[in-house]
Design a binder for this molecule. Structure first.
Ligand code: G1P
Length: 293
C-alpha cells in the first residue's frame, strides 16, 4: 500500500462568517493563542507523516505563503537581541525547503473544484485532505489515527463525528452499510452533502479530514455543481464509492469549526487551557467568568 505523502489544504475560502476579522487577513491566519489556526493543521498532517503540503489559495492569501517562508529581517533582529529560544521555535516550525506547493483556485466554484486544482501536484498517488477551518484537538493527531486505519483497510477513509440531528444540514453526512454500526471504522454505503434532517442517512457528519485515492481527481474533472450550486467533493466521493471501498473513521479527539464565531472561541479556549504558559490563568479566568456570569 502506498504511503500517504501529500496533503491538500484548501485555503481559498473568504471567511465570510467571521467578517470583518477576515477582511484583510486570511481566516486561516487567525491566531489560536499564539499560532495561526493553519499551523495546528500543518502539525497534525506532519504527525501523520505528510511530506508535501499543497495549499490551494486564492486572491488575498499571500500572508499564507509568507508565513511558511523564512523571515530574514525578523530572524536577524531576534538573533541580534539574543532571543534565541523564540528564534529556534520560529525556524523549527518551518516546512522543509521544497515541501510546499501553492496552486491558485481562480474562481470560488466549491470544495470539489478546489481539490481538483491540486491534481497535477498530487499525481497518481493516494493523498490526504485537511480542511483548515476545522481544528481537531487530539492526543494522537486525527490524520495520524486515520493513517493507521488506512494501513489496515486501504481504499478511502473519511473522518466522521456524531452531530445532533438538527445540525446535519450544515455538513456532509455518511450512510453506514449496516444501520446503527457503532464501530470506529464503519463500512459506508453512501453519503450526501448538506441533507435536510429528513433525508440524512445518519447523524455522522464528515469532519474535514480525508484519505482519498487519486481517481477522485478524474471524477472531479466533470463533477456537476451540487448543494449550494457548488462543485462538491462529497458528490465525487459518492460516485467513487461505486468502484472503491470507503470507510468512515470515528477519531478520538474534539473538532472545532474555526470558520464560525463560536467555534473559533471554543478552539481558542480549548487550546488556551492547555498552553504551557497560560494554562493556569486561562482555566481560572474561564471558571471566574462562568461564576460571575
Ligand atoms: C465542507 C464539506 C462537508 C463537511 C464540512 C466540514 O463543507 O463539503 O462535507 O462536512 O466541510 O466542515 P463546508 O463547511 O465547506 O460548507
Amino acid at each position: 500500500m502506498s504511503k500517504i505523502r501529500k496533503a491538500v489544504l484548501p485555503v481559498a475560502g473568504l471567511g465570510t462568517r467571521v467578517l470583518p476579522a477576515t477582511k484583510a487577513i486570511p481566516k486561516e491566519m487567525m491566531p489560536v493563542v499564539d499560532r495561526p489556526a493553519l499551523q495546528y493543521v500543518v502539525d497534525e498532517a506532519r504527525e501523520a507523516g505528510i511530506e508535501h503540503f499543497v495549499f490551494v489559495t486564492g486572491r488575498n492569501k499571500g500572508a499564507i505563503e509568507d508565513y511558511f517562508d523564512r523571515a530574514y529581517e525578523l530572524e536577524s533582529s531576534l538573533r541580534d537581541k539574543n532571543k534565541i529560544d523564540i528564534l529556534d521555535k520560529l525556524t523549527a516550525e518551518l516546512p522543509k525547503a521544497g515541501s510546499t506547493s501553492f496552486v491558485r483556485q481562480q474562481s470560488p466554484l466549491g470544495l470539489g473544484h478546489a481539490i481538483w486544482c491540486a491534481r497535477d501536484v498530487i499525481g497518481r498517488e493516494p493523498f490526504a485532505i485537511l480542511l483548515p477551518d476545522v481544528l481537531v484537538k487530539a492526543k494522537k493527531s486525527c490524520l495520524a489515527q486515520m493513517v493507521v486505519a488506512y494501513n489496515k483497510v486501504g481504499g478511502n477513509i473519511i473522518a466522521v463525528d456524531e452531530v445532533p440531528m438538527d445540525r446535519v444540514s450544515s455538513y456532509g453526512v455518511i450512510a453506514p452499510k449496516t444501520a446503527g454500526d457503532n464501530g470506529k471504522l464503519i463500512a459506508m454505503s453512501g453519503m450526501v452533502e448538506k441533507p435536510s434532517q429528513a433525508d440524512a442517512p445518519s447523524n455522522l457528519k464528515i469532519t474535514g479530514r480525508y484519505i482519498l485515492q487519486p481517481e477522485i481527481m478524474d471524477l472531479l474533472s466533470d463533477q456537476a455543481a451540487g448543494a449550494g450550486g457548488e462543485i462538491q467533493l462529497t458528490d465525487a466521493m459518492a460516485r467513487l464509492m461505486q468502484d472503491q471501498s470507503f470507510h468512515a473513521f470515528k477519531y478520538d479527539g474534539q473538532d472545532y469549526d474555526c470558520g464560525s464565531k463560536y467555534g473559533y472561541f471554543e478552539a481558542f479556549a480549548a487550546y488556551a487551557i492547555d498552553h504551557p504558559e497560560i494554562a493556569g490563568r486561562a482555566r481560572a479566568l474561564i471558571k471566574k467568568l462562568a461564576q460571575d456570569g
